[in-house]
Design a protein around this ligand. Structure first.
Ligand SMILES: [Zn+2]
Length: 407
């Protein structure tokens, strides 16, 4: 780092140091300049130059700590979480849910609106009105917004902001980020919705202490995101993580994707309700029409409870495969399907453990997280925050590599 040879190198070193300081303040603030220097390994002089620059950008603020006994209270640096805002929204097949957040993904205002058409121009128009409404609710102007993050189900090319394929919306190759940018006049980032949940966990949730973890979302389908070495792994084309369409048993159940025996056919809400309907017909009881109705009915009907237990075991075998393949130290289970409760998830840890390679047992933690209403929107907002907090090394190194090497 000391032998910086040209202005571009020096610029990169400055950006890296600034990113390190910003992240230490985000994770550990309020924190003194001396403690920042210790944590980052930077000199006090370097930290002394970076902190005022971050203050000028409005990202951090500095103030005296509360007095405690003898001596002058130290001056502490903290993230200025209210200086800028971010908008996050999730596009669903029937509605948009969204929120304005501060720099720690804390919700400032939230809103939900129905979508009456899934034609691309109609969705772009509705999303534009939606952002205007959120800004008005929070009494903010668009120049206080760093960017807009959008999460949606499907194969999403996050790098180019293109929805390659989303069966829920019926979209193929829609350049949704640039269409929204033209209307909103702020940077827009787009990603698969479960990837946005993973980013929210990474920066602000239980994933904060982990560089290698997976998020599995249970709902209509089974979503999956894999954070490897601190970054969401999207595969070569944005389609990595079709965990729901892996096969973990010899079931001949038809999946909504058209294949037979997919995990999603056993564990996804659509598949569960189809199976529950057959059980209900055999028992001559009313068929549950929704996941919530099924979970409630399972409390009184052992056959329905057994169906959920079987689903939990299929999920456990699937998760064991994930642990065997990727070796994460944390597996987060989330999504509306977590509502199934103990009937499905009670034996999950044992099933996973029974199928994980012996050398990997006890190497990971399994966390079940109920999904709060605004979590999807906060996740989408985290797409923008990810760009703010991510080390410039990753993007710059990739760029330099493409141009012919870093050396
Ligand atoms: Zn499938």
């Amino acid at each position: 780092m000391a032998n910086t040879r040209n202005p571009a190198d020096r610029q990169l070193v400055r950006a890296l140091n600034q990113s390190m300081v910003l992240n230490v303040v985000r994770e550990q603030g309020p924190i003194s300049r001396a403690a920042i220097a210790r944590r980052t390994g930077l000199s006090q002089a370097t930290v002394g130059a970076i902190v005022p620059a971050l203050i000028e950008q409005g990202l951090v603020s500095e103030g005296a700590a509360p007095a405690s006994g003898v001596g002058r209270p130290p001056t502490l640096v903290d993230l200025d979480r209210d200086s800028y805002n971010v908008v996050g929204m999730k596009l669903m097949e029937d509605r948009i849910v969204g929120a304005i957040t501060d720099l720690e993904a804390g919700t400032v205002a939230q809103h939900e609106t129905e979508l009456t058409s899934l034609q691309v121009p109609d969705v772009v128009g509705a999303a534009t009105e939606f952002v205007a409404r959120l800004l008005a609710d929070a009494d903010l102007s668009s120049d206080q917004v760093l960017g807009v993050g959008v999460g949606l189900a499907g194969v999403i090319d996050a790098e180019h902001g293109i929805c390659r394929s989303s069966p829920f919306l019926g979209w193929e190759n829609v350049p949704i980020a640039s269409l929204l940018e033209e209307r909103l006049d702020v940077p827009v980032r787009v990603d698969n919705d479960v990837n946005t949940l993973a980013l929210a966990e990474r920066w602000f949730g239980v994933g904060q202490g982990s560089d290698n973890f997976v998020v599995i979302s249970l709902g209509r389908g089974v979503g999956f995101s894999y954070v490897a070495n601190g970054s969401v792994n999207r595969g070569a084309h944005g389609g990595a993580g079709e965990f729901g369409h892996t096969v973990v048993d010899a079931s001949d159940e038809r999946c909504p994707c058209g294949n037979v025996g997919c995990l999603e056919a056993s564990v996804g809400e659509v598949g569960l309700i189809a199976r529950a309907s057959r059980v209900a017909v055999a028992l001559d009881i009313p068929a549950p029409a929704t996941g919530s109705a099924l979970y409630a009915a399972a409390a009184d009907v052992p056959e329905l409870r057994a169906l959920l237990t079987d689903a939990g075991m299929a999920l456990g075998r699937g998760i064991a495969n994930v642990v065997n393949l990727f070796g994460p130290d944390l597996v987060i289970i989330s999504g509306e399907g977590v509502e199934a409760g103990d009937a499905m998830l009670g034996g999950l840890a044992e099933t996973v453990d029974a199928h994980v390679h012996s050398g990997l047992r006890k190497s990971y933690e399994l966390v079940v997280e109920p999904l709060r209403d605004e979590a999807w929107a906060r996740g989408a907002a985290s797409l923008v925050l990810d760009a703010l907090f991510e080390s410039p090394m990753r993007t710059t190194a990739a760029h330099a590599w493409q141009k012919g090497g870093i050396v």
